[in-house]
Design a binder for this molecule. Sequence first.
Ligand code: AMP
Length: 395
Amino acid sequence: MSEGIGKKTVRDIDVAGKRVLVRADLNVPLDDGQVGDDTRIRESLPTIEHLIGKGAKVIVCSHLGRPKGVDPALSLAPVAGRMSNLLGREVLFAEDCVGPVATAAVEAMNGHVLLLENLRFHPEEEKNDPAFAAQLASLADVFVNDAFGAAHRAHASTEGVTHYLPAVAGFLMEKEVRYLSALVANPPKPFAAVVGGAKVSTKIPAIEHLLPKIDLLLVGGGMANTFLKATGVDVQMSLVEDEQVAAAKEILARAKAAGIEVHLPVDVIAASKFAEDAEALERPVNEIPRGYMVLDIGPRTVKEYAAALGRAKAVVWNGPMGVFEMEKFSHGSFDLARAIANLDATTVVGGGETAAVVAQAGLQDRFTHVSTGGGASLEMLEGRELPGVAALLDA
Ligand code: AMP
């Protein structure tokens, strides 16, 4: 995986003595004002350290959560503290990302890293407002986009600024795009797609794009119910998208015609209600009790999926196999995570909930690549060009 991504990167520009604006994805979970899982902060460090090493003044910006205007609960200030600990150097914090506060903070920089306050405190960020993008750009001489997790959005800090500054990719952006595009363009064969998660509608474009490339398709999670219904199974009270049953049928027919091996759950964990204290019964798919809902794949299914994946040389996994947030319905996701981790294959995990499963199982290091971007990785699996990547200078 040494080929480039067709875009200039931080390796290709001279940054010595320059002010460099780095768009990072520091959208970490906050728990009572404390940083929870800091994976995204850690993943942003290689680019920042590289720039410091080259003598740049590093100005970092990011969004955090979905604030409606200024919201102290979504301040990036705690992230500056954690970043400072991880970097082993001072990280200054500016209480606004544009305007006089930001400008003064940049002027006062003296060998420090500066983190700007949450971009989304300004609604102009998501509107990709040109005047806001110009204000942001005025803080720097060069722009580095390392926020893969936000690259599927054309916002001021991902697309707008590139109209005002030379723009290149950071190391995380490069790594993410390289792994995901290489996997989709030229996968080792046999290539397996494991798809799960709540809704089939959000995954259909990716499944359709992957169909001509894959040899195996394994379906789990809530979306499997719609596929099961398409094959005539009575899924009782399970989450089903009735308007997608036809699409599921169509995918099954196309997969069959293309000789793709498709696996749907053969057994499930059926629950009396959507709750941790529900009664949970292990049942074959054709015997889901009346009034029950499927909240996980069953142990026979895990075994069958693990055996089928045994011959895969590449696996892409997007979407949990069940409601893994509740212990009772988490076994399918965790057991399958362990099975995939043990494969002798290229294994790539789409971000979001699936990355959370892998992290909770402590298996991050056992996968070839675990993406930091859920929406962005899904769009790459759909074969779409990400606006935040398209806007960067061509190599
Ligand atoms: P997604 O963002 O589409 O990948 O969906 C992830 C969510 O799907 C997780 O939060 C799971 O709790 C949920 N999920 C997985 N399996 C089921 C299921 N059988 N019924 C309802 N929700 C599910």
